[in-house]
Write a protein that binds this ligand. Structure first.
Ligand code: F6P
Length: 482
């Protein structure tokens, strides 16, 4: 049966592992996008989620025809997938949008890049064709993220009847940064996105960056971004040669958290176990909590340097604070990520060696995916440290104030999307400024309890303003009205 609402995302709600005896085990996929979408789609029982088979286990599940209702996994050729996911999405588009390039050496757009870009195209086309085959007449299609930036344009050509939206979960590069891409690739990327009727971003800042960079005056057609003051319609007017003029609306939908659900999760028995163990380790000390993937843009190394500077500049905190850091491994297929993960662990060890005593370990770091430990740490947080260089949203900045038991002071990078909504009650920091971050940690630790509680209340209210279900409906409504 054809579907009325379809979602396309690289990652699906489940991932499969293949045991030595040939049995398949299923486990919930990771990441902010997956948790947000899973919750929201639970309310749309007829929806179909199309995702890629990411691992050998996933591909085996496709071969055996095993899947959850409402999910279709695409078994893309592993070599094509590797080029598209690691070679382009994670190494080029992610770096571009997060400003991660070390520009004297990278990026290098050579023949190898072109080969990978071809794979990225093939991977996007596989999704577009699957969506075209599964969508009912006039169905709504919600395409997710930078992995699938070409899908809206491809799908529009295959199925002009569909209503297509694309949501970007990352930041969007400035107009100047976008011009680092080869000209034809930049245009292909923009035409891919402009195949959508609606483009969503987590913040107005990222949305306006897209509109500012959406200028094309080339062989394929023309596009012009419009951001009129006083007019709620913002977006891009465009025309492919030979086609009619079209408009793509651009808007911000700042994803929030479901407070009730999160608090329930944070009180499950396995979290209580972790909490008891952590409390025993932390004793009477205050806590500074952070939880991230070991991701370059999360800026974990500078966060640890700031903690070290806090202990140096304000020695009164020695023996009275513990930094609880969860850094769970991510994208370990890429050497630069493996190196970064090692650097994080090594620096935490150095701080412990430098300042630790018999009775006090300054940093308790966990480099593994342990959601129960993270939730236990959230509950204990006196201070939350969220200092990404750039981040589409950063849901951890929203989750910790909702779950912390005593209220927490939030030290938050101005580069996080969440800063747009939380700036009034967070302590904003320039993510590159280690000294400023150290001082903000000191202020956060010293904040009077009443002020901390008041701020936490307002932070939690802002964090839960647009929970996943409402977030999805907010995007579907304008799409279905077209
Ligand atoms: O947009 C960012 C994002 O898709 C997040 O939603 C998610 O946490 C992360 O990237 C996951 O990355 P990956 O799927 O590569 O592990």
């Amino acid at each position: 049966m054809a579907s009325q609402v379809l979602v396309a995302a690289n990652r699906g709600p489940l991932s499969y592992t293949l045991a030595a005896d040939g049995t398949l085990g299923a486990r919930r996929g990771g990441g902010g996008l997956v948790s947000g979408l899973s919750a929201a789609l639970a309310e749309q029982p007829d929806a179909l989620w199309i995702c890629a088979a990411l691992s050998e286990g996933d591909r085996e599940a496709v071969r055996r025809g095993e899947s959850e209702p409402g999910v279709r996994m695409l078994a893309v050729d592993p070599a094509v997938y590797e080029d598209a996911y690691n070679g382009i999405a994670n190494s080029v588009l992610w770096f571009l949008h997060h400003g991660l390039w070390n520009t004297p050496r990278e990026p290098v757009f050579d023949a190898e890049f072109r080969r990978r870009w071809d794979s990225y195209r093939t991977y996007n086309r596989t999704f577009a064709e699957a969506l075209a085959a599964e969508a009912a007449d006039g169905a709504a299609v919600l395409v997710q993220d930078y992995h699938l930036a070409l899908v809206p344009g491809m799908l529009r050509e295959l199925r002009p009847d569909l209503r297509i939206a694309h949501f970007t979960h990352t930041p969007w590069a400035s107009a100047d940064d976008l011009r680092r891409l080869p000209g034809d690739v930049r245009e292909e990327l923009l035409w891919g996105m402009l195949g959508a009727d609606e483009l969503g971003f987590h913040t107005w800042g990222w949305a306006s960056a897209f509109v500012a960079g959406a200028h094309v005056d080339g062989e394929g057609g023309t596009a012009q971004g419009l951001w009129p003051s006083g007019d709620p319609w913002r977006g891009v007017r465009h025309r492919r040669w030979g086609g009619p003029e079209r408009r793509t609306r651009v808007a911000a939908y700042p994803l929030g958290v479901d407070g009730e659900e999160l608090r329930a999760l944070a009180h499950r028995p396995e979290v209580e176990d972790r909490l008891a163990a952590l409390r025993a380790e932390v004793g009477d000390c205050r806590t500074i909590v952070r939880v991230d993937r070991t991701e370059l843009s999360k800026n974990i190394v500078r966060g640890l340097l700031a903690y070290r500077e806090l202990l140096t500049a304000h020695p009164e905190w020695r023996g009275r604070v513990v930094h609880l850091a969860s850094a769970y491994p991510s994208r370990q297929d890429l050497e630069v990520y493996r190196d970064y993960t090692e650097a994080v662990s090594a620096l935490a060890e150095r701080i412990n060696a430098e300042f630790g005593t018999e009775a006090w370990t300054p940093v308790l770091i966990s480099v593994k995916d342990d959601f129960a430990r993270s939730l236990a740490a959230y509950r204990m947080a006196d201070v939350a440290l969220i200092n990404p260089l750039r981040d589409g949203m950063n849901l951890v900045a929203k989750e910790i104030p909702v779950v912390s038991e005593q209220g927490c002071a939030l030290v938050l990078s101005t580069g996080a999307g969440a800063y747009e909504e939380l700036r009034e009650d967070a302590l904003g920091v320039n993510p590159y400024d280690v000294s400023e971050t150290a001082e903000a940690l000191h202020r956060a630790l010293a904040m009077p309890a009443g002020e901390r509680a008041d701020r936490t209340k307002r932070l939690a209210a802002a964090a839960t303003a647009l929970p996943p279900t409402t977030w999805l409906t907010a995007q579907l409504t304008p799409l279905l009205q077209r």
